[in-house]
Design a protein around this ligand. Structure first.
Ligand code: UD1
Ligand code: CA
Length: 454
């Protein structure tokens, strides 16, 4: 039996981020770095994944959930010490253990599998994933013997001038024979510039024992980018964005300017949808086919059906039907549900409400805590008065009703089927179906008023 295990190192504070948020929780394209790693790993048929947590342990656990195991590293004494915390859970197990860092969000499933394949092909006890860096500053360097085999890994801070010239870096991702790994970790000491127990020292230990050490070099340096500070974070964001956008375009989505289109890692967008610049799509978003989104639109945790157009608008936690037109300058707040062929226009704010097929609120309205039926017309400037300072109340507008401009609907209130509300009314009582409600002061004209004043 040859099982696969994984250990993700995620206990560090991330001092160089200068942040109150623990490093591995910093998002890249809307998803915490460490979640990217866990998601890629989950596609690699791994028996058991253990995240080593320490700083912000509770928050990291909450993020990653219960599908993986956790080991606590109380004091951050180095990456070698971190892996040792997983020993209890993996001790004596026969199989391979992949070790990854929680701060390499761009690493892909394909590369992890290629690393494991190389490890198996070479019959190695340890295989390190390496990359060629234009600027290797800060990374551990891979030092090779005359015959090209791996001799050891030297941390930047411990490296000699000559070693610092080496451009092949340690990505911090490895595949080990499980038992060999924990055996060798016992020999790692902290006799180095940082006074830490370095995981990469295992390589030299095994090499000296005459074990087979292999190295697999990634084709794309970006994949191995370790994020230690905000400058690297912005580079990772850019690289991830390019990757996400390229995938979308290959799947048939038109991006007018991919450099200015920000789509979260898990968003799903149908083919023939066109996305204009300045569009931000965050969290769990599904957009159908033949939609037009943007420019300058933010969509967060929402579902948008086919053929819908959204311009210069904000849509949060909402559900939008087919062939809907939203914007410019609309705001859909959480729990808004729009049917098909709905129109929501300029400066319309919707919250916790539903609107049936074919209904319209084209200009300057606030509709909150409301149930609006089908084919309803909400005139310009009409609002649901949903709040008395203490509680929120429901407004119901039934099918086919016509709400004249500048009406106040004081909730709780129901406007019946096909009823009319005269413009400028303040409606405090229910309106029966097919009725006309007029609730405003009568107009009086004072003839000759101006002349008399003179
Ligand atoms: C590490 C490697 C370096 C490699 C680089 C790749 C070591 C000693 N060095 O350096 O060779 O080029 O990654 O990005 O391994 N962590 C813990 N507990 C600890 C220390 C670290 O869980 O006690 C975690 C961190 O949260 C982080 C990961 O291990 O996710 C790597 O630690 P970090 O301090 O970022 O190592 P680097 O200096 O980047
Ligand atoms: Ca790092």
């Amino acid at each position: 039996m040859n099982k696969r295990f994984a250990v993700i190192l995620a206990a560090g504070k991330g001092t160089r981020m200068k942040s109150d948020l623990y490093k591995v929780l910093h998002p890249v394209c809307g998803k915490p770095m460490v979640q990217h790693i866990v998601d890629q790993l989950s596609k690699c048929s791994v028996e058991k994944t253990i995240a080593v947590v320490g700083h912000g342990a509770e928050m990291v656990k909450e993020q990653l959930g219960e599908n993986i195991e956790y080991a606590l590293q109380e004091e951050q004494l180095g990456t070698g010490h971190a892996v040792l915390q997983a020993e209890e859970s993996l001790q004596g197990q026969e199989g391979k253990t992949v070790v990854l860092c929680g701060d390499t969000p761009l690493l892909t499933k394909e590369t992890i599998e290629a690393l494991i394949d190389e490890h198996e092909k070479k019959g190695a006890k340890a295989t390190v994933l390496t990359a060629s860096a234009d600027d290797p500053t800060g990374y551990g360097r891979v030092i090779r013997n005359g015959d090209g085999s791996v001799e050891k890994i030297v941390e930047h801070k411990d490296a000699s001038e000559e070693e610092r010239l080496v451009q092949e870096i340690n990505t911090g991702t490895y595949c080990f024979d499980n038992r060999t790994l924990f055996e060798a970790l016992k020999y790692v000491n902290n006799d180095n510039v940082q006074g830490e127990y370095y995981l990469p020292d295992v390589i030299e230990i095994l090499q000296k024992q005459g074990e087979v050490i292999a190295a697999y070099m990634t084709k794309d340096f970006n994949e191995s980018m370790g994020i230690n500070d905000r400058v690297a974070l912005s580079r990772a964001e850019k690289a991830m964005r390019a990757r996400i956008n390229e995938k979308l375009m290959r799947e048939g989505v038109t991006l007018i300017d991919p450099d200015q289109t920000y789509v979260s890692a898990d968003a799903k967008i149908g083919k023939d949808t066109v996305i204009y610049p300045g569009t931000i799509i965050k969290g769990d978003v599904t957009i159908g086919e033949w939609c037009t989104i943007g420019p300058h639109t933010e969509i967060f945790n929402s579902t948008i059906s086919n053929g819908t157009e959204i311009k210069q608008s904000v849509v949060h936690d909402s559900e939008v039907g087919q062939n809907v037109s939203i914007g410019p300058f609309s705001h859909l707040r959480p729990q808004t549900k729009l049917g098909n062929d709905v129109r929501v226009g300029n400066f319309v704010e919707l919250k916790k409400m539903s609107m049936g097929n074919g209904s319209k609120a084209s200009h300057l309205s606030y509709l909150g805590d409301a149930e609006v039926g089908e084919q309803v017309n909400v005139g310009c400037g009409s609002i649901t008065v949903n709040y008395d300072g203490k509680k929120k109340y429901l407004t119901k507008i039934e099918d086919g009703a016509f709400i004249g401009c500048n009406s106040n609907l004081i909730a709780p209130v129901t406007v019946g089927k096909e009823a009319y509300i005269a413009a400028g009314s303040t409606i405090t009582d229910d309106v029966p179906g097919e009725a006309l409600a007029i609730a405003r002061g009568r107009q009086t004209n004072k003839e000759g008023y101006v002349r008399k004043k003179k």
